[in-house]
Design a protein around this ligand. Structure first.
Ligand SMILES: Cc1ncc(COP(=O)(O)O)c(C=O)c1O
Length: 430
């Protein structure tokens, strides 16, 4: 196991002078904290015999019913509470699924880039990850098919496709409707299991939730859900929806790991869903994140030097930024931290060591003004880096020409410095 890029950043980004665009922490202070506090207090004082006791390995039946109601918002209308396993965040769900399916050396297909926590799970299981390229519409079905053919030719045992179809972490993109269809057709043709990891599905800015992959196929898709982004990550309540035979194995695996998920937090989530206006709260989160997304995109457009490109998320927490040619986000990181801005270098989101020219920017946590300041600092760091590179290039070629600044003199917002939406495949790198 290796230190995660994100954990390594934690000590730095907690310094108050640093604007952190690094962590993906939800804006929990936007919750009605007093109401949640009294609710949890009552759960202990009034129902301590249950809420402070061990519970069932599969999770509280009442909560599993409510989870089915939540999934119905994404078109999963046939789920039964008996197919749901409550987990300690969806992270534990992914760990359980991987333990159940993967032996060392097995292959897992995953988008390139992929959620860093998933890569950690696959690595711990000694599974090999093969990345499938994405573009602005998410995973590319033709590339998925190509990868499957290559795996066949190489004799790889492919255990599943791991995908984050909505507001991808870290890429910020969403799998389009036609591609959802195409991905499921390929899964059928190649007898491929799909792990659909969907913590951000209800956090779309401009549309109703998209229909889940699981809503199209109840045999071939295992669905991972979470209350971390719609309620609270500190409660650590997530779930897996899986066909009964798989569910059975997941319950055995979770009992071996933790006996049962925590009773108090399960009751807290169930009570929250029963008694609080949680759909209104999700809308409130969406408005807050939309404002932060806008602040991020507007500042990027106004300030980033030519050659920088980025995705334009319409939900979730993240923008995926590609640096101008030749720049390396990991190498640049100490200078960024010196300039009091933090991001996550892209390399952590690939299992194969690629991604050096990318970084993930999270807009979920800082206030809009901090975001603007963070992007301003970042733009300066990138400009300085470009200056450095062009100076070295000039020395290399022996031409000591005056090298124009990265803006080429253009005023911020003049259009010439604006990077287009990243329509490259993220994998298409020289
Ligand atoms: C794609 C993805 N999956 C899973 C998780 C883990 O979520 P949880 O808090 O439910 O364990 C995250 C958290 O950032 C995530 O972005």
């Amino acid at each position: 196991m290796k230190t995660s890029e994100i954990r390594a950043l934690f000590s730095v980004v907690s310094r108050p002078e640093v604007v952190s665009l690094a962590g993906g922490m939800p804006a929990v202070t936007a919750l009605p904290l007093d109401a949640v506090g009294s609710m949890i207090g009552e759960l202990v004082s009034g129902m301590g015999a249950q809420t402070l006791q061990y519970g069932s390995g599969q999770g509280d039946p009442r909560l599993r019913e409510r989870i089915c109601d939540v999934m119905a918002l994404e078109g999963i209308t046939d789920a039964s509470p008996s197919e749901v396993v409550v987990t300690v965040g969806s992270q534990q769900g992914l760990d359980l699924v991987t333990r159940v399916f993967c032996d060392p050396g097995d292959v897992v297909l995953a988008e390139g880039p992929s959620y860093v926590g998933a890569l950690g799970v696959f690595q711990a299981a000694e599974a090999r990850v093969r990345h499938v390229p994405m573009d602005d519409d998410g995973l590319i079905p033709e590339a998925l098919e190509q990868t499957l053919l290559e795996c066949r030719a190489d004799g790889d045992r492919v255990k599943f496709l791991y995908t984050v179809p909505n507001y991808h972490n870290p890429a910020g993109v969403t799998l389009s409707e036609p591609r959802r269809q195409a991905v499921m057709e390929i899964a059928e043709r190649y007898d491929l299991l799909v792990i659909e990891d969907n913590p951000y599905g209800l956090l779309g800015f401009d549309r109703e939730p998209m229909r889940a992959l699981r809503a199209r196929d109840d045999r071939r898709v295992i669905y991972l859900g979470s209350f971390s982004k719609t309620f609270s990550p500190g409660l650590r309540v997530g779930w897996v929806l899986a066909p009964l035979a798989v569910r059975e194995k997941l319950v055995l695996a979770t009992e071996a790991q933790v006996l049962c998920p925590p009773s108090l937090t399960q009751y807290a989530v169930a009570r929250y869903l029963d008694t609080q206006p949680w759909r209104e709260q999700v809308k409130h989160f969406v408005e807050l994140y939309r404002e932060r997304r806008d602040a991020t995109l507007e500042s990027l457009e106004a300030l980033m030097p030519a050659g920088t490109t980025w995705t334009r998320p319409d939900g979730g927490f993240y923008v995926w930024l590609k640096l101008p040619h030749g720049l390396d986000a990991k190498q640049m990181q100490p200078r960024a931290v010196n300039a009091h801005v933090a991001y996550v270098p892209g390399i952590g989101f690939y299992a194969d060591g690629s991604g050096s020219e990318f970084m993930r920017l999270s807009y979920c946590y800082p206030e809009p003004d901090q975001i603007r300041e963070g992007v301003r600092r970042l733009a300066r760091v990138i400009e300085a880096e470009l200056d450095l590179h062009s100076t070295f290039d000039a020395v290399d070629t022996g031409t000591f020409r005056a090298v124009p600044g990265p803006h080429g003199g253009a005023a911020p917002g003049a259009g010439t410095i604006v990077g287009p939406a990243n329509s490259d495949r993220y994998e298409d790198r020289a």
